[in-house]
Design a protein around this ligand. Structure first.
Ligand code: ADP
Ligand code: MG
Length: 263
């Protein structure tokens, strides 16, 4: 437990009496790269919101470094954890640089104004995400893949230790899916960022993430390496889909799911 940064401990949550998460335990270790999988409505987004303190658990607790997350105020949380939501309503007329600056909000004090450190954090976020080249363009003019990189840049400007991403690749075409996951992996491997991302594409999750957590109806049903979690039985039970689990043609340790028709 000692190297756990962010944890949900026996977290239960309900919307209007409808139980959405049931005794969920997640411990994100420092430096880990984890994908959260599960069918639509299984509670993935709700869990991310609870892990950032946006929603309070009904029972159980969220901890940061063994301290209760609820003891931290919003700015303190935002300096530790950044959430990239599935859809973010960003002012389209803002330039990329202005949007990335929004990520500095939890660090800027009204009486002190922007510092050289803030400017360096913005420049670094732009550079890491490859968005410097279009920093002065309006967000609304960008492609889906470019927008996703800008929103990740905004999250990086917060200088978090943990990055939570909600379906970061769902609306992107395949080359941009790869581009975003390569970026996420680089941030994990080279910048030491701890990452938890919800994913729909099981094969991309297996290819890019070290560990997977499988959620069904608000309960964790499996966790471990991709080959431990993505067994045919487990995929069938959780997603109700018939699959073959092969091995990735170029990566012997990575399972590759082949969908079978229902008939
Ligand atoms: P996922 O991200 O895995 O698709 P969600 O966490 O969004 O799942 O949703 C889990 C369950 O909670 C679903 O049944 C969904 O309909 C319900 N739910 C999500 N958000 C709300 C909300 N704001 N109010 C009421 N029910 C909600
Ligand atoms: Mg969701």
């Amino acid at each position: 437990m000692k190297d756990t940064l962010l944890a949900a401990q026996s977290v239960t949550f309900a919307y209007n009496g409808h139980k959405t998460l049931d005794a969920v335990d997640v411990a994100l270790e420092r430096g880990s790269l984890v994908a959260l999988l599960g069918p639509n409505g299984s509670g993935k987004t709700t869990l991310l919101k609870i892990l950032t303190g946006i929603l309070p658990p009904r029972a159980g607790a969220v901890t940061w470094d063994d301290q209760r997350l609820a003891a931290l105020d919003r700015r303190e949380i935002a300096r530790r954890i950044a959430l990239v939501p599935q859809t973010l309503n960003v002012p389209f007329a803002f330039t990329v640089r202005e949007i990335v600056w929004l990520g500095r909000t939890p660090h800027i004090h009204a009486w002190r104004g922007e510092t050289a450190h803030d400017r360096a954090a913005v420049a670094r976020a732009l550079a890491l995400t490859g968005t410097s080249a279009f920093a002065e363009r309006a967000f609304g003019e960008l492609s889906g893949g470019e927008r996703q990189r800008v929103v990740i840049a905004m999250a990086l400007a917060q200088q978090p230790q943990v990055l939570l991403l909600d379906e970061p690749t769902t609306h992107l075409d395949i080359n941009h899916q790869i581009e975003i996951l390569e970026l996420v992996r680089t941030l994990n491997r080279e910048c030491g960022l701890t990452v938890l991302a919800t994913m729909h594409d099981l094969n991309l999750a297996a290819l890019y993430f070290d560990r997977l957590i499988l959620l069904r109806d608000g309960q964790i049903v499996a966790r471990g390496t991709p080959s431990q979690v993505l067994s045919p039985t487990q995929v069938r039970q959780v997603f109700g889909a018939h699959v073959l689990v092969a091995t990735h043609p170029t990566r012997a340790d990575v399972p590759h799911i082949v969908l079978l028709p229902a008939h």
